[in-house]
Design a protein around this ligand. Structure first.
Ligand code: SF4
Ligand code: SF4
Length: 198
């Protein structure tokens, strides 16, 4: 992935080519992403995401096993939430069935990516092309990172709290991806922060 130091505004316009939802991309998920996805799929428990093969655990940062979307493999690797839409000119558009409010944070943030420092609580955003050949970078639409951060403030806060809990519970982190959807995510997160694990 190409990474550039972030500038407040960039030119980018997604053409919906779908390339960043295929191939060897790894879409790691935080607890709220799992909550949103399970809720969209009308599941009662996040475990169903694993049982029905939407999500697997895979080695992520710091060699920890973390949840990520399990891509389908045939006829080629692609995200199970990708929908191809045939246009009048017979061109294909790649749409996300989770768009917008159920989409994983990492996908919502693209083409920006976030690096969190849990010791200081500081985060840094970089302009990261979602796919090496991404045509979005030729677009003229202006994207402002500050506006993106403001619109995703709640989810960015959830993610920071998720990683804090993860760092405090590295040996016993399963509760972060195995939970019922019987209460709001905010209540669930607050209970975990109080040490109330299911
Ligand atoms: S590769 Fe770029 S243009 Fe294509 S869907 Fe992803 S973000 Fe949009
Ligand atoms: S969740 Fe949506 S945006 Fe993210 S990889 Fe899958 S189809 Fe693409």
């Amino acid at each position: 992935m190409q990474m550039d130091a972030v500038t407040p505004k960039i030119h980018f316009d997604c053409t919906l080519c779908g390339e960043c939802c295929c191939g060897s991309m790894k879409v790691f998920l935080n607890s709220y992403d799992l909550f949103k996805m399970a809720s969209f799929l009308k599941m009662n428990h996040s475990d169903e995401l694993f049982k029905r093969h939407f999500v697997i655990l895979d080695q992520g940062q710091n060699t920890l096993n973390l949840p990520r979307i399990r891509f389908k493999t045939k006829p080629f690797p692609f995200c199970p939430h990708l929908i191809n839409d045939l246009q009048e000119d017979l061109g294909l558009r790649g749409l996300c069935s989770l768009h917008k409010e159920h989409k994983p944070l990492i996908c919502q943030l693209a083409p920006f990516s976030r690096k969190l420092d849990l010791k200081t609580g500081e985060d840094e955003f970089t302009y990261t092309l979602p796919h090496p050949g991404c045509p979005g970078s030729s677009g003229i639409r202006v994207l402002n990172i500050e506006e993106e951060k403001a619109s995703l403030a709640k989810e960015l806060d959830f993610e920071k709290r998720y990683y804090t809990l993860l760092s405090q519970n590295e040996e016993d982190s399963q509760f972060l991806w195995s939970f019922p959807l019987t209460q709001t995510f905010e209540n669930l997160l607050t209970a975990w922060e109080k040490g109330l694990k299911p």
